[in-house]
Design a binder for this molecule. Structure first.
Ligand code: NAD
Length: 252
């Protein structure tokens, strides 16, 4: 039996890599040997320093994924600097909180555009390059517990992340035989900007903490192992799963 978690010689695009879970995933992939192409709206300086400290090559691409406009450029630039894209992590995502009864069309469209539409079309563009040379690759979508559960006050987020779980399965079915593994990670409650509002609300914060079997919120570094695993040859026969990394939340 042979298996490996080594990503030496591989290039990974990570979207939204400037902070939070995207940064932690980029650093973990870098530590496993991958070169990183970090995509996002904001400065990647901190992520660049952390990846280079891990000994990785690093390149950043400024792009706003609220529209499809930058996708062609992202793929062209990543291919130009690395020769080949082996791994895509669709991490960039946003959340808008309001009661369903008052939710606006803008809060619906903004979330769906980044979390679902751009994720699909970036995956399509990267998969075309992976299929062209028949060497396959790995696509990892960052889903959510809201891929399994309803939640409250986040209608477009729940719709986008539930949709992303379905999209992960569909793409896995279409591309598995062509050597592309499409899977997702569903993070539980992690300490990032995304959950700041929840952590600042004493009631919601203690309710959430009270039902996490691990007894603590996730630290972004808790996600790295799952990302490296799904990006690695060790996961070559894994297709279409949504892997919870949630301190046991869904087991409860
Ligand atoms: P975050 O807000 O710290 O990071 C979100 C990232 O997405 C940032 O890098 C941001 O710049 C990027 N982004 C947002 N809109 C973008 C756009 N239009 N163009 C380019 N980049 C854009 O939050 P996070 O918690 O690190 O979130 C990362 C992913 O993890 C998201 O998809 C989020 O839904 C998901 N997630 C987070 C948690 C959690 O507990 N923190 C739980 C489940 C899922």
């Amino acid at each position: 039996m042979t298996f490996s978690f080594d990503l030496t010689g591989k290039t990974a695009i990570v979207t939204g890599a400037n902070t939070g879970l995207g940064q932690a995933i980029a650093v973990a992939l870098a530590q496993a040997g991958a070169s990183i192409v970090a995509v996002g709206r904001s400065s990647m300086d901190e992520t660049e320093r952390l990846c280079r400290d891990a000994g990785a090559k690093f390149h950043s691409v400024q792009a706003d994924l609220s529209s499809l406009e930058p996708i062609e450029h992202i793929v062209a630039e990543a291919t130009a600097v690395s020769g080949r894209i082996d791994i895509l992590v669709n991490n960039a995502g946003i959340i808008r909180r309001a009661d369903a009864i008052a939710f606006t069309e803008k809060d619906w469209d903004d979330v769906m555009n980044v979390n679902l539409k751009s994720t699909f079309f970036l995956s399509q563009a990267v998969a075309r390059t992976m299929l062209a040379d028949e060497r396959g690759g790995k696509i990892i979508n960052i889903a959510s517990l809201l891929s399994f559960q309803g939640g409250i006050r986040i209608p477009s987020y729940t719709a986008s992340k539930s949709g992303l779980a379905g999209l992960t399965r569909l793409l896995a079915c279409e591309w598995a035989a062509k050597g592309i593994n499409v899977n997702a990670i569903a993070p539980g409650y992690f300490v990032t900007n995304n959950t700041e509002a929840l952590r600042n609300d004493p009631n919601r914060s203690s309710e959430i903490l009270g039902r996490i079997p691990a007894g603590r919120w996730g630290d972004p570094t808790d996600l790295g192992g799952a990302a490296v695993f799904l990006a690695s040859p060790a996961a070559n026969y894994i297709h279409g799963i949504v892997l919870p990394v949630d301190g046991g939340w869904l087991a409860r």
